[in-house]
Design a protein around this ligand. Structure first.
Ligand SMILES: Cc1ncc(COP(=O)(O)O)c(C=O)c1O
Length: 384
């Protein structure tokens, strides 16, 4: 039985009538950029997450970039301001996290991650922190939130801003001081991606900035439309980072299904755990206490990663490697002076991680097939 890593068609077919209807409404209206659907999506996401501001933009990358520009006095024109230019980002994440920092004119400083959750912690942030640190970007990797209470406390003590990279984690949540806090609402600013493979994915690119900060919100609203609220009047140099009405219409439909899809992903993860927990040679993903993981990826570790992937591939079982190269060793950041051995956990994870199919429509038979094939590779015998 073939098992793809991802099957977006299955999701489309399951809600096809709802989606086709709203797509045709947008076509009939001929209102393609921003407008009522974008306004409504922003309000719905703000309510879902519990933040005062949710601002649509062109991608998750821009959802990181725009608020970073919004804290830069050189962009906003607010005097000399704060001259700290370093922003700490994990070395084990998608490139956009650091790329946005660089493109906003700040200097990415890479830190390591926890090998169990794949996320930054106060311990991994500490060695990268200096008096030049202006901000930190915890990434909620693969759909599990970083421990935000401790990170926020640390940043507050040092007067730094926290940008949550929640690109992979919409719908994830965490208990903080007895309250449930959603990914994207757990720091001053959050960034969400609507790339099609995300848990809430559009029919193209899209993103959203979320924030508790009125001033940052106001600036981001300007920066996404060339730096002004009023057409042809520009207070800052912004860019075109508007969200399409077609994307917003699709995302509004999908938002209604998001929690059910997260439940299905979580149930799939449980089934993998049941079938693979006793296999020597792999480490299954773990969830930190107080976290509600939404499994954008189900990522295992093994030091026989490439062999296992080839074995699965020969049996038509899809898998993916997120990510094969840590960011401090990327060619484009060589001027920052990163060297092999600097961030050993990230470097090791890049050699050991692989993600298995986890999409909501996967079903038990295909999970059985994936688990059976992995057990066969490790000579583990049938699941007990
Ligand atoms: C961790 C992380 N940050 C940022 C992004 C950027 O999002 P987008 O692809 O929508 O620009 C992604 C998406 O791939 C991501 O996974």
């Amino acid at each position: 039985m073939a098992v793809p890593l991802l099957d977006l068609g299955a999701q489309y077919q399951s809600i096809r009538e709802e989606l086709d209807a709203v797509l045709m409404e947008v076509v009939e209206s001929q209102w393609f950029v921003m407008g009522p659907n974008v306004d409504a999506l922003e309000a719905e996401i703000a309510e879902y997450l519990g933040v005062p501001h949710a601002i649509g933009c062109a991608s998750g990358t821009d959802a990181l970039l725009l608020p970073m520009k919004a804290i830069d006095p050189a962009v906003t024109g607010d005097g000399p301001g704060d001259d700290r230019r370093d922003v700490i980002v994990p070395a084990f994440t998608f490139f956009a996290t650091a790329g946005a920092v660089w493109n906003a004119g700040f200097r990415p400083v890479f830190c390591d991650v926890d090998p169990v959750t794949f996320n930054v912690t106060p311990e991994t942030l500490e060695p990268a922190w200096t008096d030049r640190t202006r901000a930190v970007v915890p990434v909620h990797l693969f759909g599990q939130m970083a421990g935000m209470a401790d990170i926020n406390r640390m940043a507050e003590e040092r007067d730094a801003i926290v940008f949550e990279d929640a690109a992979q984690a919409i719908g994830a949540r965490q208990e903080i001081d007895g309250e449930t806090v959603m990914a994207g609402a757990a720091a001053t600013v959050g960034a969400i991606s609507f790339f099609p493979t995300k848990n809430l994915g559009g029919f193209g690119d899209g993103g959203m900035v979320t924030t508790h900060d009125d001033e940052i919100a106001e600036r981001v609203r300007k920066l996404r439309v060339h730096g002004g609220r009023q057409m042809y009047h520009h207070e800052m140099v912004g860019t075109n980072s508007r969200l399409d009405a077609l994307q917003a219409a699709v995302l509004r439909v999908k938002l209604r299904h998001l929690d059910a899809w997260a439940d299905a992903r979580r149930a799939n993860a449980c089934m993998y755990h049941e079938r693979l927990a006793d296999v020597d040679g792999i480490t299954l993903p773990a969830t930190a206490d107080g976290n509600w993981h939404v499994y954008n990826q189900y990522t295992i570790r093994t030091d026989r990663r490439d062999e296992l992937r080839a074995f699965l591939n020969d049996r038509n079982v899809g898998s993916g490697v997120y990510y094969p190269v840590p960011l401090h060793l990327q060619a484009c950041f060589s001027a920052l002076g990163g060297a092999e051995g600097d961030l050993p956990v990230s470097e090791r994870l890049c050699n050991e991680v692989m993600s298995l199919p986890i999409f909501p429509e996967l079903g038990e038979d295909r999970i059985d097939e994936v688990a059976r094939t992995i057990r066969e590779f490790f000579g583990a015998g049938p699941a007990g």
